[in-house]
Write a protein that binds this ligand. Sequence first.
Ligand SMILES: Nc1ncnc2c1ncn2[C@@H]1O[C@H](COP(=O)(O)OP(=O)(O)OP(=O)(O)O)[C@@H](O)[C@H]1O
Ligand SMILES: [Mg+2]
Length: 189
Amino acid sequence: MAAQTIAIATHKGGTGKTVTAMAVGAAFARAGQRCLLVDMDPQGHSTLGLGMEIDDTAPTLRDFFHEPPLPLSRVIRETHIAGLHIVPSNIRLARVAQALYMRPKREEILKRGLQPLRDQYAFIVLDCPPSLSALAEAGIAAANLIVIPCQMEARAADGLVDLLEVISLINDHESGGDGVACTLGKQDL
Ligand SMILES: Nc1ncnc2c1ncn2[C@@H]1O[C@H](COP(=O)(O)OP(=O)(O)OP(=O)(O)O)[C@@H](O)[C@H]1O
Ligand SMILES: [Mg+2]
């Protein structure tokens, strides 16, 4: 069965995206569900959080977005948790993220790259960066489900409008896609 792809996303910083992505990924793996965690943040926090050591020669998500691209299958690494694999990232992702803006149908690049992997995993979890950048768009477009960690504060809730607008635009642009479901806490929007 094809993997469910879950983006943990919001442009607000420090809301718990990375801890959620790592905890959910580890929980799936420990329940016997193979899981791929994709670190989409140039800060590389889930890569660091899982104890991965990435030197300048190690393939990362940057090499998939680079031209010519390296297939994601060549970037994946095992973690210390059985059944949890990671596509690691580091600050080198920041530069290719800028170049993404120039690429046609940029929001479809990751979705297409993940397609051959969807039979190998039960879940793919995308730890998105704290922005509404091309990288965040790519994560949102690749997902079946979006989880938005959000503090229960007025300003935080106000900011959701912009994110929901991006999700809506991506849904509108998808031709023949299923669209994404969006979850705020436990409440479907
Ligand atoms: N459930 C929690 N209980 C206590 N602290 C938490 C919890 N979830 C996250 N934190 C803390 O909140 C901080 C931010 O968490 P995290 O790095 O996951 O946020 P983030 O949204 O990924 O940040 P960024 O936007 O920079 O990517 C961290 O210091 C983390 O330890
Ligand atoms: Mg993070």
